[in-house]
Design a protein around this ligand. Structure first.
Ligand SMILES: [Zn+2]
Ligand SMILES: [Zn+2]
Length: 86
């Protein structure tokens, strides 16, 4: 289970880590907003959660309630496998 792990969306960047590791800065165009960026490649707002199924490193594209893991964020493959809402 890799709950809360984020992965960078840039193809050439292999960063994965926790939300608290992201760089953050005030959005210069919208001072009430905060921008978050990858600490490796500095890509802004280009990250996604990792599939929370044990051993899976795909990017989570959806989320679903499951029988024994509660609500998880997961990839399409595990959505089909574990989802209880079909
Ligand atoms: Zn990156
Ligand atoms: Zn998965």
């Amino acid at each position: 289970m890799t709950k809360g792990v984020l992965v960078c969306g840039e193809r050439r960047c292999n960063w994965r880590g926790h939300e608290s590791h992201l760089l953050s800065a005030v959005n210069p165009f919208e001072p009430t907003e905060t921008l978050y960026a990858c600490p490796e490649c500095k890509a802004i707002d280009n990250y996604a959660g990792e599939c929370e199924v044990q051993g899976c490193t795909s990017i989570a594209s959806c989320g679903t309630p499951t029988k024994n893991m509660g609500y998880i964020r997961c990839c399409g493959k595990h959505f089909d496998e574990f989802g209880v809402m079909k």
